[in-house]
Unconditional design. Sequence first.
Lengths: 156, 668
Amino acid sequence: MKPRTRRIGWIVAGLAVLGVAVTLVLNAFRSNLVFFFTPTQVAAHEAPQGRAFRIGGLVEQGSLKREPNSLTVHFRVTDTAKTISVAYTGLLPDLFKEGKGVVAQGTLASDGTFHATEVLAKHDENYMPPAAADAVKQAHEAMSTKTLVTTQAERK
Amino acid sequence: MIPELGHFALILALLVAVAQGTLPLAGAALDEPRLMQLARPAARAQFLLVATAFACLAASFIGNDFSVLNVASNSNSELPLHYRFAATWGSHEGSLLLWTLMLACWTLAVSVFSRHLPPALLARVIAVMGLVSVGFLAFLLFTSNPFERLVPAAAEGRDLNPLLQDPGMVIHPPMLYMGYVGFSVAFSFAIAALLGGRLDATWARWSRPWTTVAWAFLTIGIALGSGWAYYTLGWGGWWFWDPVENASFMPWLTGTALIHSLAVTEKRGAFKSWTVLLAIVAFSLSLVGTFLVRSGVLTSVHAFATDPARGVFILAFLAIVIGGSLTLFATRAGKVGLGGKFEMVSRESMLLANNVLLVVAMASVLLGTLYPLFLDALNLGKISVGPPYFDAVFYPLMAPALFLMGVGPVARWSKAPVPELWVRLRWTLGVAVVAGLVAPVVMGRWSPLVSLGLFLAFWIFASTAETLRSRLAGSPRRGIAKLTANSGSYYGMLLAHLGLGVFVVGVTLVKGYEIERDVRLEPGESVSVGGYDFRFAGVVPGPGPNYRALTGTVEVRKDGRELKTLKPEKRIYNASGQTMTIAAIDVGLFGDRYVSLGEPVGAGGAEDVGGAWAVRIYIKPFIDWIWAGAFLMAIGGFMAVSDRRYRLAVKRKASALWGEVRGGAPAD
């Protein structure tokens, strides 16, 4: 009897620990996923209001404006088809440049401005984004292949 | 000529590796000593050949041979000598060659230090390592040749990624790879034991020191990477939960579980199958980590599509190694047996619980790292899993593990009566609770999480002290002999546990009390952050060896007294035009003052470097304790290996046990 109860005790304890862990993990996982949208998708109102998400594309040439005496900047992100206005307060990463790729995380305000809490630039200086003259479709594909895990890419 | 020599050496190394991976295995299966004896010379030859190839590549880098594609893409004649050498492993191809060299080093080490092992076991271990080497050499030769020529030769190289032009980055990859590849020894021992069908305490004793050394190197490697991120990226963070970091952290978590589980297998004969499984998983994760970082899938899963040969090779190699070893495990583990019995409350049960927690933590990191890649590969959408997920999962899993860490070393093997544990640990608990409650008040602000973190840290310190106290009190010897009577591995364990405590203090206090301020400062302007005054004196341009520097001057004062003048830099590299931020840090035992430059924000726009700047000013209390803790853990690991019993007892036990089983086959 004793070894058997002990074994059952072990199994129950193990399952309990595992159950708690799995619940914890999946719960945290679900509530912390950040989805990615292109400017075209945002323009088509596919992005959620009020919840944080990521946008990606190119920083439009000549769109970078700095507010005087503050660290707030405004720029536009484009996928060559549509653009979004972005506002961000803070330091921009080293690789942030007009005409280069960028990913920003934040929320969409009701006026259509994207309020970024984090701006990440792409790591690879050698990567040349396809020219704006390319077909919109191609631009989409090229960008979707390059904008995924930039958090890592920017930092390493 | 030199690159061709290196290429030729690699080809020969592949041939030797094939022989090393097959003939000794056949010898062990057929009980044919002549085939088994090939293992050691093959390991030596393999080492010489791979080292030659590596030296040839290094010579090409140092000699600025831009007719080699790899050199032309990753180096530059302006690069200082030490970075030209480090550029050898700065690229995909070079880092895989470094990996292969490390593997050859470990194999050589096994063949040198394990002469007393039973010949069949030694033959199998070296053969399995040879097979892994076959995979890597074939990958290098067929898809990622580091010696590929560039016709016509480039006049100048494209430069090493400026992020890698840093002393920390020179030693970080070799340390990390020493760790990754070191787990191949534990893996090979496990596979050899499964093949031979014998797995007992002696097996654990043999593979334990190797595993501990690998783990210690991995710990140093990860700590160096984290420190590098802190001072070169200019973000002031020490851990970002990004996939590159996670790739090295998963083998570490599994390796930590493995060294503890090996201890149980050695001392008590329990957890045998579990230990073997962990050894397989730790090395598999090292392989996955190497390829995750090196194949480019992290930047884009579609990197596979642009270079299908590499992608397919990697997937096939992983499938063979991981699938093959798990299949072997599934078919043979039944024979291994479960081993010793133990009670619900015992040192074994606590180590088991710790193991489970570590593995669950590893699995949660794996999920967060691979799931976005998986979705993207299947075109199901793009997501990212950020630090909030890892924080939410990791800390709740680690808190009980840290608590158990305080109980485990005090608990008896097999059966630990709860009343006895209570008597031994009540003062420890009291100290930890009081310190956890009071210390945050001393720091200035009480919060429950800081309190919990410090409670766990003090719990580890106090219970480690209690372990040592009772061990010394129970010793019949006197004076200094009391101390020297204990083994190196015992003190190594204590030191590593203390290191983790120090680490927990650092993490808790940084998380609890760090101050991060991004400010706009005109030259001459001051800002007060966390009780310190920072006066920005402006930025001046100047030359560097292979970059232009913009150097800022920030004077740090406290109560009007000048503490330090910090010189944060922006570097613009000549060859690539890439910009790098170099933070300036006033390092202190109780915290750092951290300053880094953003960009010019004066009236004159981006070119107005003499005007106002965006500046990051951070106060990071106790942050250096994080790395100090990691280094203490690593030193603990090395200390544990210095234990004499690994050298003496192994010999006796080996000849005694294996001698009779193998019908008295000579040990060498």
